[in-house]
Structures are given as structure tokens and as C-alpha cells.
Design a protein around this ligand. Structure first.
Ligand code: URA
Length: 258
């Protein structure tokens, strides 16, 4: 089991740090140090038990710098053709796009995107954050852009915001209309719509319920956090505390606090 102590409050043995960051078993992490493959501040660490303060720590493993993250929060620019599951059925897993130490951590996608959906996918091992970002209770809007079979007309846009009934196995869910927080036609004819729930194929089923069809779907924003324009498809970044806050904020709130 990983250390129950908050790693940032007191110095921690380097082998334990490597273990907490997904570098393999305790034995493997100690062996990485014993083989001279780990350095801090340009100095090779000789002893697996040598302690370091974790806050702001950047260590190197086989020459590659790794910033310490007590909890992982990753933003991935999801390509089409990848499944958001560790055990995919028909396509490669999004986890294959991440380096092994990150894959080894107990990270989960924050709300799954369909295999053919592209765009902003968060992954984290922070349970409370996962809950805040996915539970409809917290109303975090996710902004989607869709090309549809036909441009949506005013009546369809209005229905999306007013709410539509979707077929659901759960009769309680089936009886509750689901609505978009906003829905608008972009100048290029695409639909832009913000959703706070994450029901199965929700955007596609809502568009079908108003008599249209989604052809491509892209997630551009979670809360006030946007997909970085310079992040290539398939690329990923660590998110910092500020970006974490942005993901949990309403887009308008974030604009005011900047
Ligand atoms: N709604 C969908 O239909 N698919 C997604 O991937 C996300 C939201």
C-alpha cells in the first residue's frame, strides 16, 4: 500500500517517492537508485533511503525529468479511434498514449468520451476531484462541438435547452428530461452545446431526439478549462493547481477572477 502520510509534509525516501509516482514495485524503485539511474538537481542519488522534500521536487530517471505530483491530473487531447477503458474491446486504450509511470498510477478518465469523440479528456487518481467534475450535482459544464447531419435550426436548439426525454433502462432517468445548459449554432454550421450530466452517448442521443444526427463530436472545454490550442492530437500535459481550479469553475466565474 502507498504511504498514508501526505508526502509533501516531511522528507521521504527517494525509493518511496519513485514508488508513489508509478515507477514500479518497491524493489524495482530501490534497484533504479542502486543502478545509479536516479538523480536530483543533477546529482546521482546513491542511497534508496535518501530523503527529499516532495513539494516542487523534480527528479530524473534515466535522464528524464519527472515533477513530483502527489495526485495526478492529466489533460489528454484524445484522438478518434481510442477507447477510454483500461480493457478496451475494439480499439486501443487512451492509456497507451501516456508514459508507463502515469499508466501505473490508479488514474481514471474523468467521464468517458466515446471511441470516435475527440478533444479534452482529463484523467486523475484524485477521487474527490473526479466526483466534483462528474457529478451532475456540481453542475460543471462540458462544452462540445458537433458536426451534424444538418445545421440545427432554432426550434432544435430551443428543444435541446428546454430538455428532451431519452430512452433509458432506468425508469427514473427515462422520466427526467435532460437538457443542455446552452446550445448554439456556430458560424460554420456546427453545434456548440454545454452539458452538465454525463449519460451514455448523451450528446448524440440528445441531438437524435430533436431529429438530427451527430457526425463528429469534440469536447473543447471542461468548466473554464479549455483544450490548449497548441496541444497536438494524442498529446498530454500535467495540470497545475490553477488549471485544476479552472476545470471546476463556471466559464464566466473564471473570466472574472483572471
Ligand atoms: N456525449 C456523447 O454522445 N459522446 C461523448 O463522447 C460525450 C458526450
Amino acid at each position: 500500500m502507498k504511504s498514508p502520510v501526505s508526502l509533501s509534509t516531511k522528507p521521504v525516501a527517494i525509493a518511496q517517492i519513485l514508488f508513489s509516482q508509478g515507477f514500479g514495485t518497491r524493489r524495482h524503485c530501490a534497484a533504479l537508485v542502486d543502478h545509479g539511474l536516479v538523480s536530483v538537481g543533477g546529482e546521482v542519488v546513491e542511497d534508496p533511503q535518501q530523503p527529499f522534500l516532495t513539494e516542487g521536487l523534480v527528479f530524473e530517471v534515466e535522464g528524464k525529468p519527472w515533477p513530483f505530483h502527489e495526485k495526478a491530473l492529466i489533460l489528454l487531447h484524445k484522438p478518434a479511434g481510442y477507447e477510454c477503458s483500461r480493457k478496451p474491446s475494439h480499439h486501443p486504450s487512451v492509456f497507451t498514449l501516456l508514459p508507463e509511470p502515469i499508466r501505473n498510477r490508479d488514474i481514471q478518465p474523468v467521464g468517458r468520451l466515446d471511441e470516435d469523440t475527440t478533444g479534452l479528456l482529463l484523467l486523475t487518481d484524485d477521487g474527490p476531484l473526479q466526483h466534483k467534475l462528474t457529478s451532475p450535482k456540481y453542475h460543471v459544464p462540458k462544452l462540445y462541438q458537433a458536426t451534424c447531419k444538418a445545421p440545427l435550426d432554432e426550434a432544435q436548439l430551443r428543444k435541446l435547452v428546454a430538455g428532451v426525454l431519452l430512452e433509458e433502462r432506468n425508469p427514473k432517468l427515462a422520466a427526467e428530461p435532460v437538457n443542455a445548459v446552452s446550445a448554439q449554432a456556430l458560424p460554420d454550421g456546427r453545434l456548440q452545446m454545454a452539458l452538465t450530466e454525463g449519460r451514455y452517448h448523451q450528446a448524440k442521443r440528445m441531438v437524435a431526439a430533436v431529429g438530427n444526427r451527430v457526425l463528429t463530436l469534440h469536447r473543447q472545454q471542461v468548466g473554464a478549462l479549455e483544450l490548449p490550442a497548441d496541444l497536438p492530437v494524442g498529446g498530454w500535459i500535467w495540470l497545475d493547481a490553477r488549471q485544476r481550479e479552472l476545470a471546476m469553475s463556471e466559464p464566466g466565474e473564471a473570466a472574472c477572477s483572471d
